[in-house]
Design a protein around this ligand. Structure first.
Ligand SMILES: *[C@@H]1O[C@H](CO)[C@@H](O)[C@H](O)[C@H]1NC(C)=O
Ligand SMILES: *[C@@H]1O[C@H](CO)[C@@H](O)[C@H](O)[C@H]1NC(C)=O
Ligand SMILES: *[C@@H]1O[C@H](CO)[C@@H](O)[C@H](O)[C@H]1NC(C)=O
Ligand SMILES: *[C@@H]1O[C@H](CO)[C@@H](O)[C@H](O)[C@H]1NC(C)=O
Length: 257
């Protein structure tokens, strides 16, 4: 009899480690109840912008991203330049509103999952290095850049596969495709021409007047950044909380949560 003791303790530990359940203040919904799921997602975003480790959610009020070559020798209208960004952070994900979802049914693989949402203003800050020519003017500058992506609308399409742990399904994302639209991009690159503030202002004004051309060029790089941010947000939660524990059981009612 004694010998089974360590095994029992081991089992308890295993259960304690693996039984991550949704904190009770997060509203559980029935599988596929889109309206309820949208409401619950929005409540989590509003309440836990600083992150919630119990569900593996990192802070979303400040989201750091990896260094990137945004434009490598981009040729856009009258501009030609290399542009690199580093020390980057995004602000404003905490103001995301989820508008619509699809999928999230009992069988998460039955349909592609979709999350449609909107961010009123996504602010990107970073340091830049730029070299090249813009509208006939030679450029060789480093400074800080601030961008405001206004009225950003997105659709995330995700495909998942279930993995079984303790007879529960944990979801792994194997594909996440974002689609993003913005209404306007406002950008300010400081210190473009350290000795010539008038020229710095004039070139920034030209960039802003032609924002759509630059956005079209930037979009693939931006989508990469965006899908990285969302993949890590969703992956961490799917890793920590089993899909089965995110929803009400058939015999459970909302009030019992
Ligand atoms: C998010 O919304 C709050 C409240 O409306 C606002 O004060 C804040 O500036 C917004 N954040 C960003 C980065 O726009
Ligand atoms: C660009 O600026 C850096 C630092 O100010 C300088 O070392 C470099 O020689 C410049 N390059 C060109 C092509 O002017
Ligand atoms: C982006 O805009 C296009 C055209 O207006 C529209 O068809 C598409 O659904 C929009 N995508 C998102 C993510 O809002
Ligand atoms: C609900 O059903 C699960 C199995 O699906 C069972 O383990 C649990 O005891 C049931 N709860 C109630 C309150 O009937």
């Amino acid at each position: 009899m004694r010998k089974t003791f360590p095994i029992v303790i081991g089992l308890h530990l295993l259960i304690a480690i693996n039984c991550q359940t949704l904190p009770s203040n997060i509203k559980k919904c029935r599988f596929g109840d889109s309206k309820c799921i949208v409401g619950s997602m929005n409540a989590v975003i509003r309440q836990y912008s600083r992150g919630l480790s119990a569900i593996g959610m990192r802070p979303i009020d400040v989201v750091g991203i990896e260094d990137s070559n945004v434009w490598n020798n981009a040729q856009i209208g009258g501009a030609w330049f290399q542009f690199k960004l580093f020390n980057q952070a995004n602000y404003g994900f905490e103001n995301t509103t989820v508008k619509r979802i699809r999928g999230f049914g009992k069988d998460p693989t039955a349909t592609i999952m979709e999350i449609h949402g909107q961010i009123p203003s996504l602010i990107h800050k970073g340091n830049y290095v730029a070299k090249g020519r813009v509208w006939m003017v030679a450029l060789n500058a480093t400074g800080s850049s601030t961008s405001d992506f206004q009225n950003l609308r997105f659709i995330l399409k995700l495909k998942v596969i279930p993995e079984y742990r303790n007879n529960k399904r944990y979801l792994k994302i194997y594909e996440l495709v974002p689609v993003v639209n913005i209404s306007r991009w406002i950008v300010w690159l400081d210190n473009l021409f350290p000795e010539n503030m008038d020229l710095t202002i004039a070139i920034n004004e030209l960039l802003n007047a032609n924002w759509l051309e630059f956005w079209n060029e930037l979009e693939p790089a931006f989508l990469n950044i965006f899908s990285g941010v969302f993949t890590s947000m969703i992956t961490d939660t799917f890793e920590k909380i089993s899909y089965d524990d995110m929803f009400l059981k058939d015999n459970e009612t909302e009030s019992s949560n």
